[in-house]
Design a protein around this ligand. Sequence first.
Ligand SMILES: CC/C=C\CC(=O)SCCNC(=O)CCNC(=O)[C@H](O)C(C)(C)COP(=O)(O)OP(=O)(O)OC[C@H]1O[C@@H](n2cnc3c(N)ncnc32)[C@H](O)[C@@H]1OP(=O)(O)O
Length: 695
Amino acid sequence: MGGFCGNKNILAPKKCSGEARHRGLTQNSAPGPKGADIKEFGDSESGPPLIPMIHAIEAGNKPMVAAIEGFALGGGLELALGCHYRIAHSKARLGLPEVTLGLLPAAGGSQRLPRLIGVPAALDLIITGRHVTAAEALQLGIVDQVTDHHTVDAAVKFALSVAGRPLDARRISSYSCPPVSGDLDALFEEVMRKVRRGARGAIAPVACVQAVRAAATLPYARGMERERELMATLFTSGQARALQYSFFAQRAVSRWSTPSGARWDASAPKPVRKVAVIGLGTMGRGIAVALAQAGFPVVSVETQEKQLTEAKRAVSQMLERGAKRRGVAAPLDKMSYSSNIQAVADVDLVIEAVFEDMGLKKKIFQQLSAVCKPDALLCTNTSSLDVDQLASQTRNPELVVGMHFFAPAHVMKLLEVVYGPRSSPQALATAMQLGKKMGKVSVAVGNCPGFVGNRMLKAYVEQAFFLLEEGATPELVDSALEEFGFSMGFFKVSDLSGLDVGWKVRKEDGLALPGVSTGPSARIRQGRRYSPLGDLLCQRGRFGQKTGSGWYQYGKPGGRVATPDPWLHSFLEEYRAQHGLVPRRIDPQEVLERCLYALINEGFRILEDGIAAGPEDIDCIYVFGYGWPHYRGGPMFYAAMVGLPKVLERLEHYYRAHPDVPDLQPCSLLRRLVASGSPPVQKWKEAIKKLHSQL
Ligand SMILES: CC/C=C\CC(=O)SCCNC(=O)CCNC(=O)[C@H](O)C(C)(C)COP(=O)(O)OP(=O)(O)OC[C@H]1O[C@@H](n2cnc3c(N)ncnc32)[C@H](O)[C@@H]1OP(=O)(O)O
């Protein structure tokens, strides 16, 4: 008889032909690692091996009861599955989240769970890595009992009640998987098809399906061999390293700091009880929904009556759909609406989400400053405008910050919290905490055009246009980016979000000029190479999906399926001829290097400028806001994986070929990092600090 709370296990990569090892157990409810200590992955092994220990527990002649409190994740749950019975506290959470770290449950989890709860339910848990509540675990058959009381006492009582009963029927490794309805091969083929489509190049979910298939089709011992083989491949993969880096990066960004010395642990957030959203276009609606879903009472203000009526309906529908998906009641009572800005008089925080127009936003900030409580936080959802200019319209500029959400705002995980030179640490802390409560990955960034995400994107977009000028097609560029792991290439994204969005910004920036379509100045703006291709499409009314054509054609306005457009191909040929550009064959590698290294180079400039505190901040922004494949860690981590000397060499190469493109000129931080031996990404912050102290 024994009570176990499994939680600190480790893998030993060197022995690992995938073999799992154990490094000691701690109380599950204790603070610290839940499951294996991810920090220790890759270290040399110590402690008794985990798999033989689980086997010894399972083979024992005394009933072993796992008492589960807090989290039983990964190795913790695998250990519990080796026990003969499992009792969980009602607040416990269980799961096999290894897939989220680029791994699979390799201490027998992939072999025992399907034998215990059946193939479909096990596939769901292992492929998604989701955590289940104790109640769901009971329903699935993972645990035998749930208690609201002291779990170990309950486990001891339980063990006494089963003492003397035969244990053979309790050893999960001796089970066969429960039969599935229908054909097993067909089930796995269907699951594998779906997983491969969704994984977009991630290897762990695919390996998880293969491991569960082994459980369903092979005797236990052979299934374990298969589990070990699959794990060996995953464990040494760059994907696992990237996902484990990302786990800590997400946590690191919540410990924000600014160049002026403000810090997360020295700045207490203000309490936020009620929030207002100004402007109920697409962004405003999403933000209002996300706030209500997080439990905040929201006053939504929209001055145009027609838009207000439409928005009320749309927001209610979004809340109802979300509630249905999550199996909870729709928080409709959290929402109130008004066409009058006076309605925000009693809120603690306002998020302005009106059209991206500085004049309009300034006016609204003046009004807010007059109407709101003097200590209310005034936030803007601008995606690139100067937060400081807006702050200067108010009585209390220290209470102004940017809260840059990403569309759809109730779905996308990223929030850029933009501090201006006058934003107070408390205002920043409050916006960061609100983002966290909304379930966002909140990243504090400095104030500059485009902040972090859009500033870097500009360099990437520019390269995509130049590649078309030089001989590529939208299909070629997009397929290279999709092969890399983006769900959509740049041109498909542009068609989806509307070409007019970028056109408007370029017009405001004085880049898109009317009537300059030929002659030498057509492709030079503000002293550097410029491609007017996007402007030319907009001038022809090709705004993307909404008009039925853009970089692709869609059959009809609002069509969703992109097909290559012969008109666009002829248009590109004519354009090149008109400008004396000789098309050449461009390979996917060049597409990736030009687009991604230009973006990464801008990332280094951002670090140099102190706009982002570290590479983790940039990587979280790209993974959670811009569709950068999670299993590639983010652009800065990717640069480190490729090797900084190689990134530098390729940028130098492309800059020599395109000296009129400053984005390709390697920035000095990159050069310095290479000169100092290319330290690992986790050490860049120190190098940057040193660089700043030398300046
Ligand atoms: C083959 C057998 C061996 C093993 C396979 C495995 O076990 S793989 C690992 C499986 N476990 C996990 O994936 C759990 C990861 N952790 C979490 O999902 C969350 O931390 C959790 C448990 C849901 C708690 O979330 P909460 O928001 O409450 O806390 P937070 O995430 O901020 O974590 C607090 C600090 O603990 C550190 N930490 C958590 N889990 C681990 C871990 N497994 N290894 C190392 N460190 C871990 C986390 O980084 C936080 O540290 P801090 O310094 O405060 O940022």
